[in-house]
Ligand binder design. Structure first.
Ligand code: NAD
Length: 498
């Protein structure tokens, strides 16, 4: 059986813990590899390597660091197919979607190629007599990223792309469910010219996460995953003096006004709800039609559309989505469907019991649709993270704004309408971090920033774009005077720039 190892100081490291996680082939349900789970000693050696590397890496000028990013981008692009296949084989998303996972990460690498510009500081000439003030951005040192299973290429690249470009070294603790692609990315970063130790991968679970949070030489932690763990990482990381950004779960709503283009909106909603088997933090698992007519129409259209959806092998180019990531996750989703039935929602389409011929042990779930979902229901309040769409009916736009605004999660939201004024008001008032107007999955482009509100993100600095540069650097401000002769200022009063 294939062993998936750590990648520390530029080399594959088997680890000493004797603990392993199972990596499945979600298409067949079989275990395809075992991944080493770190003990704190692997985190220690990764940090020691990262500390050594960072001292010289930070002195490499920004343009040269950018060249490494250009080369990394070229290498990843040249291996896009291989990486997408590897990613898909462990995650279960279809190959086209896996390509998108790598590509969206590369978009951030492309942004990181502009690091010389992004790191430029500010300068004020003559802030006082003969006094100039300037500020510069300096890297933090060794920083770490802890990532979820659902974007094993994109989310690591969100983090290490910018962190490394600005002069840090990085410790990546990827999800133990699909850990191979992160190691390939670290190998390619080394090949691209980043010195060994600049990007280390430590495989593992809570033990590795806790070792990262407790390590005094790690200065910042970026986390993406579910909200309870995000809250834990934020609380513990900040308690040990680190800078922490921790993105959590989501329950994104799609508001559907009666004047929307229903044909387009149906395609958008179905794609965003069921694509990648609903395992996206920017999926659209709730649709809120405003008014009875809109509700009846979208229910009918979605039902017709999902009857034609092709659920298949992740390697099948005709499949619209593949299996979910593990048997445990499949059971969790199916349990939520049962809870929905028990709490009185109407199960219009039931995806449980879906079997793909010849792959009966694969982790497949067909598309499910609920109508009559009420805000008081647990299945509305919690994240299901599977191919399940819930219709929550509203009477007015006011009610439709209140639903996502009052929800515990506030990652993304979308509105479908032809009414510019309603869309504008919605975007301005809704209490959610990322808004789509006739755009079902409003993931911002790499040079803007990504971040939800409420329990979808802890900490106040977003991922990527200039917020990413801010997160991975600290500002130093210099006030300089070059005296011509003796000064008669008192050294005992606070200087003012009169
Ligand atoms: P998860 O919270 O189970 O795991 C995330 C990371 O935390 C992994 O690296 C995992 O090894 C680690 N971890 C797991 N249990 C831990 C524990 N008890 N203590 C410390 N660390 C632990 O999340 P997941 O299932 O891999 O990913 C899906 C979740 O991530 C969903 O909730 C989804 O909404 C969320 N997500 C959010 C965003 C966002 O940007 N807001 C993006 C992608 C995914």
């Amino acid at each position: 059986m294939r062993d998936i190892t750590h990648f520390i100081d530029g080399a594959s490291v088997a680890g000493t813990s004797g603990r392993y996680g199972e990596v499945f082939n979600p298409n067949t349900g079989a275990v395809q590899a075992k991944v080493a789970l770190a003990s704190p000693s692997e985190v220690d050696s990764a940090v020691a390597s990262a500390l050594r590397a960072q001292q010289t890496w930070a002195l490499v000028n920004p343009q040269r660091r950018a060249r490494v990013m250009f080369e990394f981008k070229r290498l990843v692009e040249a291996r896009l197919e291989e990486l997408a296949e590897l990613l898909s084989s462990e995650h279960g998303k279809v190959i086209a979607d896996a390509r998108g996972d790598v590509q969206r990460g590369l978009d951030v690498i492309e942004f990181a190629c502009g690091v010389p510009h992004a790191m430029k500081g500010e300068y004020t000439e003559g802030a006082g007599p003969g006094i100039d003030v300037y500020s510069m951005r300096q890297p933090l040192g060794v920083v770490a990223g802890i990532t979820p299973f659902n974007f094993p290429a994109m989310i690591p690249m969100w983090m290490f792309g910018i962190a490394i470009a600005v002069g840090n070294s990085f410790i990546l603790k990827p999800s133990e469910k699909d850990p191979s692609v992160p190691v390939r990315l670290a190998e390619l970063m080394l090949e691209a010219g980043a010195p060994k130790g600049v990007l280390n991968v430590v495989q593992g679970d809570k033990t590795a996460v806790d070792a990262i949070l407790n390590h005094p030489d790690i200065k910042a932690v970026s986390f993406v995953g579910s909200s309870d763990i995000a809250a834990y990482v934020y609380a513990h990381g900040t308690a040990t003096g680190k800078r922490v950004q921790a993105m959590g779960g989501a329950k994104n709503h799609g508001i559907l006004l009666p004047d929307a283009d229903f044909e387009q909106a149906t395609k958008d909603i179905v794609g965003a709800a069921y694509g990648s088997a609903g395992e996206r933090c920017m999926a659209l698992p709730v649709v809120v039609p405003v008014g009875r007519k809109a509700a009846e129409e979208i229910r009918e259209r979605v039902l017709a559309e999902i009857e034609t959806l092709k659920v298949g092998l992740s390697t099948d180019p005709a499949a619209q989505y593949g299996p979910v990531v593990t048997a445990a996750h499949k059971t969790r989703i199916e349990d939520y469907i049962q809870i929905g039935v028990d709490e009185g929602a109407e199960l219009v389409a039931d995806g449980r019991g879906f079997k793909l011929q010849g792959y009966e042990n694969g982790f497949f779930i067909g598309p499910s649709l609920f109508d009559g979902v009420k805000p008081s229901m647990r299945t509305y309040q919690e994240e299901i993270f599977g191919p399940v769409l819930q219709i929550v009916r509203a009477e007015t736009l006011e009610e439709a704004i209140a639903l996502p605004s009052g929800h515990q999660y506030g990652n993304g939201v979308a509105i479908f309408t032809r009414n510019g004024r309603a869309a504008r008001e919605f975007a301005s008032r809704v209490n959610v971090g990322m808004v789509g107007i006739n755009v079902p999955i409003p993931v911002p482009v790499a040079y803007h920033t990504f971040g939800g509100w409420k329990r979808s993100a802890f900490g106040d600095i977003n991922q990527h774009g200039m917020e990413g540069v801010r997160f991975y650097t600290k500002t130093k401000t210099v006030t300089a005077r070059w005296p011509e002769g003796a000064q008669d200022d008192s050294a005992f009063v606070i200087p003012t720039m009169q």
